[in-house]
Design a protein around this ligand. Structure first.
Ligand SMILES: [Zn+2]
Length: 196
């Protein structure tokens, strides 16, 4: 019975690296995978190197890109019918819609293919992303990946900063300005930075 997994964390916990390691493990055994990432994450596109999924420690891979309109179940079934897939890996899973998370559940339950989702738990205000909220609700297995705050505690929060490094508390949830626009902090230092 295939499962739906959610690996969640703050920024800089190594989500993409963990995804790419899992992908490598499948491929090493000759098993075919399908990689996805969010269309709005254009960090790699801007650099023009063509790697959709890229980790800070240098691992990278190409990937399909989902938008809110992408039917993940249909796309997976089409590919799976031509050549069987052993695993679906989804980066930036916080940007999945509620319907897409349920499609991921169907991929596991009906197509019997494990789905591994990797994403941020909360945004720069400490609020759940829509995709993460549904994944936390219905995934079979939840795994927390840990980043470290400057104080040594687990960094579970994502502080957004401006060009001068000042904390930002307003703005759209989906703005991705690259890793330098966010600082992973423990909850105490996140609250202090926002003057709560
Ligand atoms: Zn701290």
């Amino acid at each position: 019975m295939a499962k739906l997994y959610f690996y969640y964390a703050s920024m800089n916990a190594g989500k993409s690296a963990t995804l790419l390691q899992a992908d490598f493990n499948y491929n090493e055994r000759g098993m075919r995978t399908m990689l996805w990432t969010a269309k709005l994450d254009d960090r790699s596109e801007m650099r023009g190197d063509g790697h959709a999924i890229e980790s800070r420690i240098g691992l990278h891979a190409g990937a399909h890109r989902f938008s809110a309109e992408t039917d993940l179940l249909e796309r997976v079934q089409e590919t799976h019918a031509v050549e069987p897939l052993s695993c679906i890996l989804i980066d930036e899973a916080q940007f999945l819609t509620e319907e897409q998370v349920w499609q991921c559940a169907d991929i596991a339950d009906k197509a019997n293919i494990p789905v591994l989702c990797y994403g941020l738990r909360t945004d720069f205000r400490g609020q759940l992303f829509p995709g993460s909220a549904v994944l936390l609700g219905i995934a079979d297995t939840l795994v927390e990946l840990k980043a470290v705050c400057h104080c040594g505690r687990k960094a579970s929060m994502n502080l957004r900063v401006d060009a001068e490094g000042r904390a930002v508390s307003e703005g759209p949830q989906e703005e991705i300005g690259g890793n330098d626009r966010y600082v992973a902090l423990c909850r105490r230092h996140f609250s202090e930075a926002l003057g709560r």
